[in-house]
Design a protein around this ligand. Structure first.
Ligand SMILES: Nc1nc2c(ncn2[C@@H]2O[C@H](COP(=O)(O)OP(=O)(O)OP(=O)(O)O)[C@@H](O)[C@H]2O)c(=O)[nH]1
Ligand code: SF4
Ligand code: SF4
Length: 308
């Protein structure tokens, strides 16, 4: 059984934020759209319960996010508990703890990771993230490529900061054996007119045109209909995916995700905050699976494309 929303979009995967905490302080952080810092965090058992309920609705893909998921001391346990319900379990991380954790995470059942890597220059990396950890992250990426392939490198491209590094990053991805994701800065409608957004927004459409010209092959993913470009470099072929959400109606029309906030609510869209449906209260009061399924159905029914 698959759940569909009113716009005919199937919900096939969950993005579960396991914490709001993070050891970085990236100035553009969206914390998966959770506006307020929550104290409450779901326990590993509660995360397992919601994943098991979701799996009864055909959801077999989960991405763990944050904050930074690896700051949770019980992240290995979370992975170990939920993997049996899933065919694809991935994590989005800043990479700062992958040097030690890539192997145990893989052993616990994690299939793959996406690692934020916005710059290869230590000073720019620090300006963006607030920490001096580029070397540690690069070592972590090496470990990840060994144990958690395919690894994706997430580069959020920002005007005046790292837009000049796109092609170095393409080369780096080919050398490392990772996939590069170029991400356009994104924000809800009310933020896009702010000075902050205007200052850093760097449109990726022209970059995408160049990738198209250079590519030896182009594929399209079902999710968000994102394009993947295969780019020849001196170090082999780089796989480059472009994530452009702003005003992209095709992207939203092909959105198949439901989000789970770190404090136990379903959230239907990264860019909305009027869409939260609490489930942890019911879960803590002993709700049955069918009651939790009903709550999830309600969340799916209020889903709508943000850009339409
Ligand atoms: N608006 C919007 N942006 C998204 C969505 N998914 C991912 N993004 C953007 O893409 C960035 C990277 O996403 P990741 O967490 O690495 O996951 P992903 O690439 O979407 O997922 P996989 O391809 O399955 O690994 C996020 O920080 C967002 O900026 C989405 O559903 N909506
Ligand atoms: S690493 Fe991720 S969660 Fe942490 S501050 Fe940066 S963008 Fe936010
Ligand atoms: S509806 Fe659009 S903006 Fe919202 S989460 Fe889905 S793809 Fe992102």
């Amino acid at each position: 059984m698959t759940l569909y929303d009113r716009f005919g979009r199937p919900v096939t995967n969950l993005r579960i934020s396991v914490t709001q905490e993070c050891n970085y302080s990236c100035f553009f952080c969206h914390r998966e759209g959770q506006r307020f810092r929550a104290r409450l965090e779901l326990t590993p058992g509660e995360i397992e319960r919601i994943v098991s309920v979701a799996s009864r609705l055909g959801i077999r893909k989960v991405k763990l996010t944050g904050g930074e998921p690896t700051v949770r001391g019980d992240i290995i346990e979370i992975v170990r508990r939920i993997k049996p319900y899933l065919v694809d379990l991935s994590m989005t991380t800043n990479g700062s703890r992958l040097r030690e954790l890539a192997k145990p995470l893989a052993k616990a059942g994690l299939n793959r990771v996406n690692v934020s890597l916005h710059s290869l220059k230590p000073d720019v990396y620090k300006r963006i993230t607030g920490v001096d950890m580029l070397e540690t992250v690069l070592e972590g990426i090496e470990e990840a490529v060994r144990y958690l392939s395919p690894v994706k490198l997430n580069m959020t491209v920002m005007k005046g900061l790292n837009e000049g590094e796109i092609w170095d990053m393409v080369d780096f991805a080919a050398r490392t054996g990772a996939i590069l994701q170029l991400i356009e800065l994104e924000a809800p409608r009310e933020v896009e007119e702010t000075g902050f957004f205007r200052r850093y927004f760097y449109p990726l459409k022209p970059v995408e045109r160049k990738l198209e010209e250079m590519a030896v092959e182009v594929r399209e993913r079902r999710m968000h209909r994102r394009k993947k470009y295969f780019i020849p470099t001196d170090h082999g072929t780089a796989e480059v995916e472009v994530v452009r959400a702003m005003h992209n109606t095709v992207f939203c029309a092909n959105c198949t995700r439901l989000r789970v906030t770190s404090d136990g609510k379903f959230k239907t869209c990264l860019l909305r905050n009027d869409d939260l449906i609490d489930f942890v209260t019911a879960l803590r009061k002993g709700a049955s699976d069918s009651e939790l399924i009903d709550i999830m159905r309600r969340a799916v029914l209020i889903r709508e494309p943000y850009w339409k």
